[in-house]
Design a protein around this ligand. Structure first.
Ligand SMILES: Cc1cc2nc3c(=O)[nH]c(=O)nc-3n(C[C@H](O)[C@H](O)[C@H](O)COP(=O)(O)OP(=O)(O)OC[C@H]3O[C@@H](n4cnc5c(N)ncnc54)[C@H](O)[C@@H]3O)c2cc1C
Length: 492
C-alpha cells in the first residue's frame, strides 16, 4: 500500500501531477494544461537527458485514416493475445486525431517518404489505414521530440528534473491517489495532486530483475533507448493495487554490443539487413555454433515460425566472429544512425578504423580461429567447425542451415576478431493495465481513483507491433488521460 494520507505533509501542489517526461508525459501535460489544470511534471533524468525513449526514437508516430480499418488492424496485430474491444476501439478512434493534434501545438506532420511506407504487416486487414508521420522535413535526430518539448515549455507547466517519483500517496480508506512521494536532490518531497496523478514514466528496459521475470527467453537484455526507465511506474502502480498486462511483450530482441562504460547498446553495422559489407562474419552462441540468419530482418525482434511470431532466439553470450577484411572496411558501429541513446545523447564517437575499440577491449583479436575461441572461452573445435562450415556454404552460394542470402562471404583473411553481443531492445510494452478512460485498473477492472497512465507504461500492444505505434499511442492516450485527469473534481 502506498503511503497513507495521515502522515503526508505536502511540499508542492498541482491539479495534475505527471510522472515522466517523454511523449506520453508531454501530451498528457499539454492536454491537461490547455483544459485549465495546473500541471507539474516530475522527471527522473537530469536536465538535458529528459525525453526518455521518445527523444532518441526514430521520431515517427502513427496516424490512422479510418477508425474501422484501424480497429481491424490492431485486432489482427493482437491475434490470439486479445485486448478488450472497447480498448481497441478507443485506440482506433483517437489515433486518427494525432496529426490534427500535432498541428494544433505548432507541428508540421510529414508522412514518411522512404518506400515501403513501413507498414509492418501489409497482409493484415485494415493495414492500409495506418500511416507513419513525423514532425518537420527531417526524420530522426530528436526533431519530433523537440516539438513536444517546445510546446510544453511554451506553456506554464512546471518541470522538476532529477526528481524521480518513488511512491504513490494513497488515502487508506477511499483508496484515492492523493499525490506522489518523489526525491529531489536526494531528499524526499511530497507532491500533492488535487485532481489526479498520471504515470508516464516508461517501461522496464533497465530493470534486469523484471526482464528475467517477465520477458520471454532472455536472461538479460539491454536497451538502445533511455537508461532511466527502470520499471518504477510498474512498482508504484502495483503497490496501490494495479493489475498488469502485456508484460511479456517488447520491441526486441536484436543483437548489439553492450559495454560497461556505456549504459545503452551499440548497433553493429555488419548485422544490418540493408548493409552489404566486404568480408566474412557469423554469429555464434555459447556452444560456438550458429543459430540464425545473421542478416535477418525481424519485425521489431519477432520472427515467424510455424505460423506464429516469437522473439528472435538469442542464446547468451553471443559472439560476432569476423575477419580482417570486415574489420578494416570501416567503423563496425552505425555512426550515421538518426536515433538511439549512444548516438543522440551520449554521442560516442567510434573510431573510423575500429582501433580505439580494439584497444578498449570491446573487440577481441587473435591470429587464428582456435586462439580466438580460447580467448572467448568457447570450444575451439566447435568454432573451427562453424567457420569451416560457413566458408563451405559461401562457396556453394547457399545457406541451407539458416537461409541467409546476404554477405555470403567466407571468413578467411586473418587476423580474426570477435565482438560479444547481447540481446538489445527498443522498449518494453508491459505495465499497469489501463481502461478506455486511461485509468489504471485493479484485477477486478475497477479503476484506482485518480490514477491514470499513458505511453509505453502498460501499452495496448500485446503481440505484434506496428512501428511508430508507440509514440502514436503516447499522443492518443496522453490526450485521453490528460482530459480525464483534468476533469476530475478537485479534492478539498
Ligand atoms: C532507438 C529507438 C527508436 C524508436 N523509434 C520509434 C519510432 O520511431 N516510433 C515509435 O512510435 N516508437 C519508437 N520507439 C519506441 C518509443 O520511443 C517509446 O515506446 C516511446 O517514446 C515511449 O514514450 P513514453 O513517453 O511512454 O516513455 P519515454 O519517452 O521513455 O519517457 C519516460 C520518461 O520517464 C522518466 N522516468 C522514468 N522513471 C521515472 C520516475 N520514477 N519518475 C519520474 N520520471 C521517470 C524517464 O527518464 C523518461 O524521461 C523507439 C525506441 C527506441 C529506443
Amino acid at each position: 500500500m502506498g503511503q497513507s494520507t495521515d502522515n503526508a505533509e505536502w511540499d508542492m501542489r498541482a491539479d495534475v501531477v505527471v510522472v515522466g517526461y517523454g511523449a506520453a508525459g508531454a501530451a498528457t501535460a499539454i492536454t491537461a494544461h490547455d483544459l485549465g489544470a495546473r500541471v507539474l511534471i516530475l522527471e527522473k533524468a537530469p536536465e538535458g537527458q529528459e525525453g526518455g525513449n521518445t527523444r532518441v526514437a526514430a521520431q515517427g508516430y502513427l496516424n490512422t485514416s479510418s477508425p474501422e480499418k484501424a480497429a481491424a488492424y490492431l485486432t489482427a496485430l493482437c491475434g490470439p493475445f486479445t485486448v478488450p474491444e472497447t480498448m481497441v476501439q478507443v485506440w482506433a478512434d483517437e489515433m486518427g486525431k494525432n496529426n490534427e493534434w500535432v498541428e494544433s501545438i505548432g507541428g508540421d506532420p510529414q508522412e514518411h517518404q522512404h518506400p515501403p511506407a513501413g507498414i509492418e504487416y501489409p497482409e493484415l486487414p485494415g493495414s492500409d489505414s495506418v500511416h507513419k508521420f513525423h514532425h518537420g522535413d527531417v526524420l530522426g535526430y530528436a526533431h519530433t521530440w523537440n516539438l513536444f518539448d517546445w510546446a510544453v515549455k511554451e506553456r506554464d507547466i512546471q518541470i522538476l528534473y532529477e526528481s524521480p517519483g518513488v511512491e504513490l500517496i494513497q488515502d487508506g480508506d477511499s483508496k484515492e491517489i492523493l499525490g506522489v512521494r518523489a526525491e529531489r536532490e536526494g531528499a524526499p518531497i511530497n507532491v500533492e495532486a488535487t485532481r489526479a496523478v498520471v504515470l508516464t514514466c516508461g517501461g522496464f528496459e533497465n530493470n534486469q530483475e523484471m526482464i528475467r521475470n517477465y520477458l520471454p527467453g532472455v536472461p538479460y537484455c539491454y536497451t538502445s533507448g533511455t537508461p532511466y526507465n527502470e520499471g518504477d511506474g510498474i512498482r508504484m502502480a502495483m503497490t496501490v493495487g494495479a493489475d498488469l498486462w502485456h508484460m511479456n511483450n517488447y520491441a526486441g530482441p536484436s543483437m548489439a554490443l553492450k559495454v560497461p562504460e556505456f549504459r545503452t547498446t551499440f548497433s553493429m553495422l555488419p548485422l544490418h539487413f540493408d548493409r552489404e559489407l566486404p568480408g566474412g562474419m557469423i554469429v555464434v552462441g555459447p556452444d560456438a555454433t550458429r543459430f540464425t540468419d545473421e542478416k535477418l530482418k525481424t519485425a521489431h525482434g519477432k520472427v515467424e515460425l510455424n505460423g506464429q511470431w516469437d522473439p528472435l532466439r538469442t542464446p547468451c553470450p553471443m559472439y560476432l566472429i569476423f575477419d580482417h577484411t570486415l574489420f578494416s572496411a570501416g567503423p563496425l558501429y552505425d555512426k550515421e544512425s538518426r536515433s538511439g541513446w549512444n548516438r543522440i545523447v551520449d554521442q560516442y564517437d567510434w573510431s573510423e578504423d575500429n582501433l580505439a575499440e580494439l584497444e578498449k577491449g570491446w573487440i577481441t583479436k587473435a591470429e587464428d580461429i582456435p586462439s580466438l575461441a580460447r580467448s572467448l572461452e568457447l570450444d575451439p573445435a566447435n568454432l573451427n567447425d562453424s567457420v569451416t562450415r560457413w566458408n563451405d556454404l559461401c562457396e556453394s552460394g547457399e545457406d541451407p542451415d539458416f537461409g541467409r542470402s546476404l554477405m555470403l562471404s567466407p571468413i578467411e583473411t586473418g587476423p580474426f576478431y570477435a565482438v560479444e553481443l547481447s540481446p538489445s531492445m527498443l522498449n518494453t510494452q508491459g505495465g499497469p493495465r489501463r481502461n478506455e478512460r486511461g485509468q489504471i485498473v485493479r484485477p477486478d477492472d475497477s479503476p484506482i481513483p485518480r490514477l491514470y497512465s499513458s505511453g509505453e507504461l502498460g501499452s495496448i500492444y500485446s503481440y505484434l507491433y506496428q512501428g511508430t505505434g508507440n509514440i502514436g499511442e503516447c499522443l492518443a492516450f496522453g490526450r485521453i488521460s490528460g482530459r480525464n485527469a483534468a476533469a476530475e473534481p478537485p479534492r478539498d
